[in-house]
Design a protein around this ligand. Sequence first.
Ligand SMILES: *Cc1c(COP(=O)(O)O)cnc(C)c1O
Length: 383
Amino acid sequence: MKKIYLDHAATTPVAKEVLETMKPYFSEKFGNASTLYSIGKEAKEALNRSRKTIARIINARANEIIFTSGGTESDNLAIKGIAFANKDKGNHIITSKIEHKAIINTCKWLEKQGFKVTYVSVDKNGLINPEDIERAITNKTIIVSIMQANNEIGTIQNLAEIGKICRKHKIYFHTDAVQSFCKIPINVKSMYIDILSASSHKIYGPKGVGMLYINRKVNIDPLLHGGNHEYGMRSGTENIAGIVGFAKAAEIISQNMKKEGERQIKLRDKLITEVNKIKDAHFNGHPTQRLPNNINFWFKGVEGEALLFRLDGKNICASTQSACSSYELKPSHVLTAIGLAAEQSHGSLRFTLGKDNKEQDIDYVIEVLPKIIKSLRRISPFK
Ligand SMILES: *Cc1c(COP(=O)(O)O)cnc(C)c1O
């Protein structure tokens, strides 16, 4: 039986067209973009085209986009780069309790280097109150970093409101848009975003490629020094094949964003409605202000990992907490922040839809999930 993949927040398969677009850049178009003969220029042109494609999607200029090795590097560069470059202005960073580990652990490391970090709370749906951001601002604050949408529970933040506050106080505003890029609209101008992270492998592009939008007015230091590639912000010979693939993926996915979003919302809401009928099933995240592809629940008296194995036995790929921390036994920091106790958090389950999921896939989940939960509860030690 074919696998029903419902873990698109963890990663996605490379789309066929994306792979085809990339192929020549491994072989005949192998040039180094910094060289002057024709195959080098070809690489340079591909790089510039990719920059334009990505810039257009977020309403930025091409020369404000730099390519990185992924979302984690982009997040590190944004936070550390600004922290290091603006030490004379202050040492205070504001972020939230539900950011990705690429932000949280970067901030924790900066705390050891003498920076101060405020981790703003969220409500039970995972929403940040923009007023809490404003209250946290001091005359030492240099950057606010808030994700557009959460990777575990799908909650979408009011970025424009937060951005407006940052602009008013002349503080840099960074957003980790890795999970939302090309899924919901984002506009760096109307949302007052100075820096933005995105990643290729969450949108049907290759792994190991990402980007950082940096508004030209931002004062930021690079983390990698060398041949001054990427406007001096990220030295190292560019991964042209990966970058071309990332841009192609972004182009395809963003073109179909509205229609695909509406299609996924129908499937999402059908699954949510049905899962809600299971006894002691509790919905996580915001009911409406959420990613079109995210479904998250916790089940009383059920162990998430056991649930995953049973689902896998039925060829369904899902997730408990986030894939990045599934080797840790600590409860998810996101579920803790929305008020779940450790044992509730351990019974959590996330489905994230993708472009190839059909209604039959959802119907199949609706058929097998209640039976698995019932059977697990019969043997549960938590009863
Ligand atoms: C996946 C993810 C990242 C990390 O991106 P990588 O490209 O895997 O390094 C960062 N932030 C969020 C919100 C993510 O979902």
